[in-house]
Design a protein around this ligand. Structure first.
Ligand code: HXC
Ligand code: NAP
Length: 271
């Protein structure tokens, strides 16, 4: 068995959107490294099952059923997490929504739904968490996406929202640096077994288009995203703030910009 290179025992981690996929993988990695972990998402069953899985690792786990679009609910969850677990050492903000849709046919409410969850939700989580972060020493990690810097067909909502997440990351890094709080983002590439890729590449043909466009020719894993987060929140990354780090097999070097154009016909959408 591989030895755990990071020790988060005695630390507290809060993962917004941490009940499935990549973010649950991140929550589990911090738990395996010894941290107490709290997760938040909308669906009570997902929250219960994530808390059970985290508890089985042998750490204290808390769960909150709340929508990141509801500032008061997010704030109440963070207050309770601090009361139960102590000041937050690590905050991960990763709640997001996505579906393929052309800008010209997407409703205003569809665009708003993604911006409200991804961007305004991230602001809500960071704003509500600030008072509960350990200062100095806390680390904030936003989960971004290649869409934040690369225009992609059928992704107007996610591109706009995640670009905002990256800029929020940089502004908060500026403002919170003097308090000793580091703020960074990780931008995963296409990750296997996730809801995101099930929505954006739902057929084997589409999966092939994606893997062909990734220089490393494969999907990544949630563990590979978690490994970056474990490092980013650790003392080994103590001079890193305001960074948006791609963990994407090189996808953002060029392939990501073409892949959705190639997939447009497969989705039968014609922007
Ligand atoms: C067009 C759609 C749509 C679709 C919903 N809408 N799905 N429009 N195509 N496939 C429209 C609805 O018709 C509605 O507009 C508006 O969006 C809001 O829909 P609701 O269902 O009421 O919203 P809500 O219940 O708040 O759900 C939010 C959601 C949903 C984003 C629409 O899909 C969701 O909850 N997603 C969370 C899970 C998820 O997406 N995970 C993947 C994350 S991956 P009207 O006008 O009809 O009212 C990711 C990046 C992946 O973020 C990057 C890979 C490289
Ligand atoms: P996922 O499993 O659907 O994860 C999204 C999480 O956010 C879930 O726990 C979901 O739970 C929660 N959530 C969604 N809307 C919410 C809301 N309004 N309020 C609170 N929680 C909410 O998707 P994923 O594919 O693993 O994506 C995770 C993150 O990675 C996202 O930030 C995504 O943008 C990013 N990303 C993913 C990929 C990929 O390949 N999948 C690539 C790049 C970036 P509930 O449904 O219970 O609310």
């Amino acid at each position: 068995m591989m030895t755990q290179p990071f020790d988060y025992s005695g630390r507290t981690v809060f993962v917004a959107g941490g009940t499935s996929g990549i973010n649950l993988g991140v929550a589990q990695a911090f738990a395996r490294a010894g941290a107490s972990v709290a997760v938040l998402s909308r669906t009570p069953d997902k929250v219960r099952s994530a808390v059970d899985e985290l508890g089985e690792i042998g750490v204290t786990a808390l769960g909150f059923a709340a929508d990141v679009r509801d500032y008061d609910a997010v704030s109440a969850a963070l207050t309770t997490a601090q009361q139960e677990l102590g000041e937050l050492d690590v905050l991960v903000s990763g709640a997001a929504g996505n579906f393929p849709a052309a800008a010209q046919s997407m409703s205003a409410r569809a665009f708003a739904a993604v911006v409200d969850i991804d961007l305004k939700g991230t602001f809500n989580v960071l704003r509500a968490a600030y008072d509960h972060l350990r200062k100095p020493g806390a680390s904030v990690i936003n989960i971004s996406a290649p869409q934040s810097s690369i225009p992609m067909d059928l992704q107007a909502h996610a591109c706009a929202a995640k670009a905002g997440v990256d800029m929020l990351t940089r502004v908060c890094a500026l403002e919170w640096g003097p308090s000793g709080v580091r703020v960074n983002a990780v931008a995963p590439g296409p990750i296997e077994g996730t809801e995101g890729m099930a929505r954006l590449a739902p057929t084997p043909a589409m999966e092939h288009i994606v893997t062909d466009s990734v220089p490393l020719n494969r999907y990544g894993t949630a563990q590979e995203i978690a490994d970056c987060c474990l490092w980013l929140a650790s003392p080994q990354a103590s001079y890193v703030t305001g960074a948006v780090i791609p963990v994407d097999g090189g996808w953002s070097l060029g392939g990501a910009s073409q892949v959705f154009t190639a997939m447009r016909n497969l989705f039968n959408a014609t922007p």
